[in-house]
Design a protein around this ligand. Structure first.
Ligand code: 13P
Length: 255
């Protein structure tokens, strides 16, 4: 059976002192997590090392929210995969819709980042998802399928075993509007079938597909109960220790 992954994407929230407080709250409530669930927090870059040190003796892992596609060089202001890995992180979120929209990240760039992350032993959390307009036009499968094929171009079977995919319909991010469990399941199943087609059924079976978009304690149970939903990538609700740890508890109960 696949293990749930409950991941918090803090986005551009929390100064280091605020991050320390939030981590303290999470650790207090959930320093010990059932073996059936993986838990991850993704704070801003400046708090990564602190988070790794602070969570050292817990089961909670730390990830970054972005990285550059080159290994080093004259890229002022950028952060490389090896810097993130050496800070003690295991994961990196890539291709988030906010990066696609506000920083013009395209599929080709995201594909380069995926390769670079894997080469540095970071598990990429590849975010995909359609806009409201695309959903209204019934194009969600076409859009997500294209994003996945492009992001995984040239990534071989061994490498793809490190990849996590997060289905995040853009219309559900930060809007309070969540995909229905049926809508989420339909897209997750589509993604798993696609990965089976590109690779094979073993890869597809072991692939973790997270749902993201206004996940909170009130809807986590019905979303995580879907057969192809293997966890959540949580924005707003991950900034509140009670809400985040409650979602972890829900995942533990479903395991
Ligand atoms: P919200 O949970 O705030 O909708 O954000 C989801 C998200 O973008 C996670 O990456």
């Amino acid at each position: 059976m696949r293990k749930f992954l409950i991941a918090g994407n803090w986005k551009m929230n929390c100064t280091p002192s605020e991050a320390a407080l939030l981590l303290e709250g999470i650790k207090e409530k959930k320093g010990e997590v059932s073996e059936e669930v993986d838990v991850l927090v993704c704070p801003p870059f400046v708090s990564l090392s602190m988070a790794v040190n602070y969570l050292h003796e817990t089961d909670i892992q730390v990830g970054a929210q972005n990285m550059h596609f080159e290994s080093s060089g004259a890229y002022t202001g950028e952060i490389s995969a090896s810097m993130i890995a050496e800070s003690g992180c295991n994961y990196v979120i890539l291709g988030h819709s906010e990066r696609r929209e506000y920083f013009n990240e395209d599929d080709e760039l995201i594909n380069k980042k995926i390769g670079q992350a894997i080469s540095n032993d970071l598990a990429p959390i590849l975010c995909v998802g359609e806009s409201l307009e695309q959903r209204k036009a019934g194009e969600q499968k076409m859009v997500v399928g294209k994003q996945i094929r492009a992001a995984l171009e040239g990534i071989n079977t061994d490498q793809v075993l490190n990849v996590v995919i997060a289905y995040e319909p853009i219309w559900a991010i930060g809007t309070g509007e969540t995909a229905t469990p049926e809508q989420a399941q339909q897209m997750h199943k589509f993604i798993r079938d696609l990965v089976s087609e590109i690779y094979d059924s073993d890869v597809a079976t072991s692939l973790r597909i997270l749902y993201g978009g206004s996940m909170k304690p009130a809807n986590a149970d019905e979303l995580l109960s879907q057969p192809d939903v293997d966890g959540g990538l949580i924005g707003g609700a991950s900034l509140d220790a009670d809400s985040f740890t409650e979602i972890i508890t829900i995942a533990e109960k479903l395991s």
